[in-house]
Design a protein around this ligand. Structure first.
Ligand code: ADP
Ligand code: MG
Length: 696
């Protein structure tokens, strides 16, 4: 980045500039550190340490203890046979000890440990046939090196080809070029927490002195995590501030179209739907832009809320667009909204990647000349050549498939339009802040009435035949079944093989009315199979996790999940949410191949006990840590290097308050602290925010 403060330069240099790092090591270190920069390596945190401080002599060294000894070298006894070690006997004032080397080169050893000289070694002492020895000392040096060797050595996660010794050496070079940076933390906040300055925090991160220093809330780690969270929150709030500053539209409050649609609805809205809609209406009536998240569990009825919101825009003479993450979902939205929109006489088009040539041209011209009032589709609807007559509102469904970056891009490309983002992922409050901190939130925390709770059963896989017989009866009664195959390796290839195998077996016992859908099929093929299942031509739909998002088939009442113990909690919840959408009793069978570990047990029993997505999400965060919660990894929306939200959630709320206050007082980041905060944003490469203060 061009305008990055000079201070930061050493941190952004490639690892290869560090002395002792060759091209081969640079590659390995880059892999280990998760990035090519010096900074990436600095963020590679130790997980343990070895205490090499030891003031005793040979006689005081306990079996198994790591010691540092100053010794006189007495004699080299080379290996007598292949496979036997070389022994080097040594002593100090208190006793004798041997150093043991397998496959050692004689000359090298003699040079390292000249007979008659004093040396310093460090390593783990073992007693062998009553005598102390050290096999392959970790460090050998001259007497003058003692202070360098006798220290607390941090222990890092490693990769093949990089030893802890090498890593320590490289890190000490990296640490030697860590710059002083201006302090961006609020002084009072910093001293209240007894946090070190940034440079000191980095240095102590790599110099743990006790177990306490390895904990996520140690002063150094907490400070660095806070920095990262502050950069995240400051970015979101700056972006929000700038987005809101762009004038939005203020819609009239007439509701002719909405009244028509409401009259044609076969149900009345839930309290939560009404409340969310009121919040949306208020946003849309204000001249500010709407930037709102509609968060609601699977089946909570987000689609109709989106539809009614879109009618606000249409009623005021503008267009509205609804974007879904997949072809199937886009078509399903179009299909399920069609009767309502038709009742109100609203002209709707559907545009997906499948529309090509003439068809596409016709659709594009309808969008451009305003003939199309509501546009439903996949991301195809926001491609560059899609020109809108007058877009007023964009609704993005199932946000977690898009990620925060794409959302920000979309928002900045379409100046002034209102934005409604919908997600079915019940994200814990803490995570929601990191991902959606720039949005206002409406929650659909109430399900439409009349749904029976889903009966969830755990079943060892060897009971699969009993299950099959039970399913046969259910099919005869008209039920439809989802059968999800395990996510073995998060690899399409392997998942696909498992699903295909199950499909073959089920075909043998259930015949033709079994279908298969998986991620390697073309979109059109997927849609075709899905359509067969929706229309009832198939009784059983075998799949990998491609059905996870949004699909609505009310007649499907049974969900079978194989090797359920392999799935994450939130993901199981999403899958289960595919059933229980009609008036019939629904079932979810979780098949497992035992014995189950503690976490797996807890996961599955949580699922059996509750259907509340928010409860499940909190539990998921607790059991797995923030990085693993469904959707987080895929979308890259909350990937932190230093912060771990299962440990640092209190820091997140503090960072949020801090960021709000900063922006309310100094949104241009021009005060002294503001300038330091710019450095922070550069440090974490928050380009979205940087753009704003650079331009204004
Ligand atoms: P999701 O929030 O998962 O997107 P949908 O919008 O697909 O949920 O709604 C799930 C089902 O519930 C649909 O069949 C929809 O018509 C129905 N539905 C929505 N709101 C209500 C309501 N207030 N009462 C009864 N059924 C409703
Ligand atoms: Mg939906």
């Amino acid at each position: 980045m061009m305008d990055r403060p000079f201070d930061l330069d050493p941190l952004f240099r490639p690892l290869s500039i560090l002395p002792g790092v060759g091209p081969r090591n640079a590659k390995l270190l880059e892999k280990l550190a998760g990035g090519p920069k010096v900074l990436d390596l600095l963020w590679h945190m130790p997980v343990d340490f070895i205490d090499r401080r030891f003031s005793g002599g040979v006689a005081q060294a306990q079996n198994g203890q790591v010691v540092t000894l100053t010794l006189s070298v007495d004699k080299h006894s080379p290996a007598k046979r292949k496979g036997l070690p070389t022994r080097v006997t040594c002593h100090d004032d208190t006793g004798a000890i041997s150093l043991v080397f397998f496959h050692a080169k004689k000359d090298w050893l003699l040079k390292q440990l000249p007979e008659g000289n004093q040396i310093v070694v460090s390593g783990r002492v073992e007693y062998f046939q009553g005598q102390p020895q050290i096999v392959h000392p970790d460090a050998i040096g001259k007497t003058g090196d003692r202070s360098m060797i006798e220290r607390i050595e941090p222990v890092y996660p490693l990769t093949q080809g990089i030893t802890n010794k090498v890593l320590n050496k490289v890190l000490s070079r990296a640490l030697s070029i860590v710059p002083e940076l201006p302090e961006w933390l609020d002084t009072a906040h910093k001293s209240r927490n007894t946090w070190p300055g940034w440079k000191d925090a980095v240095l102590s991160l790599h110099a743990p002195q006790s177990d306490a220093d390895l904990l996520p809330l140690s002063p150094a780690r907490a400070r660095l995590a806070y920095d990262e969270l502050l950069a995240n929150q400051l970015t979101l709030i700056l972006v929000r501030e700038h987005q809101r500053a762009i004038e939005g539209r203020s819609y009239a409050q007439s509701t002719v179209l909405r009244d028509k649609v409401m009259a044609s609805l076969p149900f009345s809205l839930t309290g939560a739907q009404q409340r969310s809609l009121r919040e949306i209406d208020e946003d849309m009536q204000k001249p500010l832009r709407m930037l709102r998240l509609l968060q609601g569990d699977v089946g909570s009825g987000k689609t109709i809320v989106a539809c009614l919101a879109m009618l606000n825009a249409v009623e005021a003479g503008h267009q509205a667009a609804l974007m879904a993450p997949t072809e199937i979902l886009a078509r399903q939205h179009a299909h399920s909204l069609a009767p309502f929109l038709a009742a109100a006489g609203v002209r709707t088009v559907t545009l997906t990647g499948r529309d090509k040539g003439k068809t596409r041209d016709v659709l594009l011209s309808q969008i451009q000349n305003g003939a199309a009032q509501i546009i439903i589709g996949t991301h195809a609807i926001f491609q560059r050549d899609v020109l809108y007559h007058d877009l007023g509102l964009a609704v993005i469904d199932e946000q977690h498939r898009f990620g925060v970056q794409q959302r920000l891009e979309l928002a900045s490309k379409n100046h002034g339009i209102d934005l409604l983002v919908m997600t079915a992922t019940p994200i814990p409050r803490t995570l929601a802040l990191t991902a959606y901190g720039d949005l206002d939130v409406s929650r659909l925390d109430e399900k439409p009435p009349g749904r029976k709770p889903i009966e969830t059963l755990l079943l060892p896989v060897d009971k699969i035949d009993t299950l099959t017989e039970r399913l046969r009866v259910k099919i005869r009664e008209g039920h439809r079944i989802y059968w999800v195959c395990p996510l073995v390796e998060e690899s399409d290839l392997v998942d696909f093989a498992a699903a295909e195998q199950r499909y073959d077996i089920l075909r043998q016992s259930f015949g033709e009315r079994v279908g298969l859908i998986h991620g390697r099929m073309k979109p059109a093929e997927k849609d075709a199979v899905m359509d067969q299942f929706i229309s009832g031509d198939l009784d059983i739909l075998v799949s990998t996790t491609v059905i996870e998002v949004g699909v609505n088939v009310p007649e499907a009442t049974i969900m079978v999940i194989e090797e359920a113990e392999r799935f994450g909690l939130a993901q199981l919840h999403q899958l289960r949410g595919r059933v229980g959408r009609g008036a019939e009793q629904s079932y979810c069978f979780l098949l497992y191949s035992g014995p189950l570990g503690e976490t797996a047990k807890e996961r599955l029993s949580t699922l059996r006990e509750t259907e509340d997505g928010f409860v499940i999400a909190e539990k998921d965060l607790e059991l797995r840590g923030s990085g693993d919660v469904l959707g987080v990894r895929q979308s890259g929306m909350a990937e932190f290097r230093l912060a771990d939200l299962s440990a640092h959630s209190a820091l997140l709320s503090a960072a949020r308050d801090d960021a709000k206050l900063i922006v309310s007082k100094d949104s241009g980041l021009v005060s002294a602290r503001g300038k330091a905060l710019r450095t922070l944003l550069y440090l974490f490469e928050r380009d979205q925010a940087i753009e704003y203060f650079k331009s204004g």
